[in-house]
Design a protein around this ligand. Structure first.
Ligand SMILES: N[C@@H](CCC(=O)N[C@@H](CS)C(=O)NCC(=O)O)C(=O)O
Length: 221
């Protein structure tokens, strides 16, 4: 019982790219966790129990014993501090800076402009073609910057031949861009498409994919 309550709990939604980042990080660090599904389409993120964990009503949230940490970037930094195995940031300062910048572009300058709250707010104000054009514009802007940022420093992965924070944030965003928002990765963003080919080979990335999660609805394509 005691060890059960110590097990990490991840509040997640199968399609959430922010939750997807944390699933990858937990897998890389070899941390076992209990999956707590929060159905965003049913509004479970606004229920009182979940708002106690994250007052802004977004997944992911992580519970580690008595500690609750929500917001994916904060969770990634927390995991890195508390569970230093398989580091998410390199020692090399130049590479570290690029990892932080690339991760932040995804977390702050791309994903927030496509999240459910933003898309729901637009509902009825603009048509669905304009809505997808909005999302695509912000993904393309961010991806174009990332291609420039990583040009010259990428190897097999974003900043060389080791997986770091940039990769953990890029993989879910590339997945969402290609599968939900109709971005043709190989023709538009060849460097990112090449990185993604390497990510899909890795078990830690495969088991974090949306369709591998317990709350993935089997009827959804
Ligand atoms: N900055 C937050 C953003 C979290 C976020 O936007 N989560 C989305 C799923 S990826 C969500 O919970 N959306 C629910 C909603 O918009 O109501 C993070 O990185 O964790």
């Amino acid at each position: 019982m005691a060890s059960e309550s110590k097990k990490l709990k991840l509040y997640s939604y199968w399609r959430s790219s922010c939750s997807h980042r944390i699933r990858i990080a937990l897998n890389l660090k070899g941390l076992d966790y209990e999956y707590k599904a929060v159905n965003l389409l049913k509004g479970e993120q606004f229920g009182p129990a979940f708002l106690k964990l994250n007052p802004i009503g977004y997944v992911p949230a992580l519970v580690d014993g008595d500690i609750v940490v929500a917001d994916s970037f904060a969770i990634l930094l927390y995991l890195e501090e508390v569970y230093p195995q398989r580091p998410l940031l390199p020692q090399d300062l130049q590479k570290k800076a690029i990892n932080l910048q690339a991760a932040s572009i995804v977390c702050s300058s791309i994903q927030p402009l496509q999240n459910l709250t933003v898309l729901n707010f637009m509902e009825g104000k603009i048509n669905s073609d304009d809505k997808i054009a909005w999302v695509q514009h912000h993904i393309r802007k961010g991806f174009a910057a990332l291609e420039k940022l990583l040009e010259g420093c990428s190897g097999k992965y974003a900043t060389g031949n080791e997986i770091y924070l940039a990769d953990i944030c890029l993989a879910p965003q590339i997945f969402a861009a290609a599968t939900r928002f109709q971005i043709d990765m190989p023709s538009e963003f060849p460097l990112l498409a090449r990185l993604n080919e390497a990510y899909v080979e890795l078990l830690e990335f495969q088991s974090a994919l949306p369709d591998r999660q317990p709350d993935f609805p089997s009827s959804t394509a």
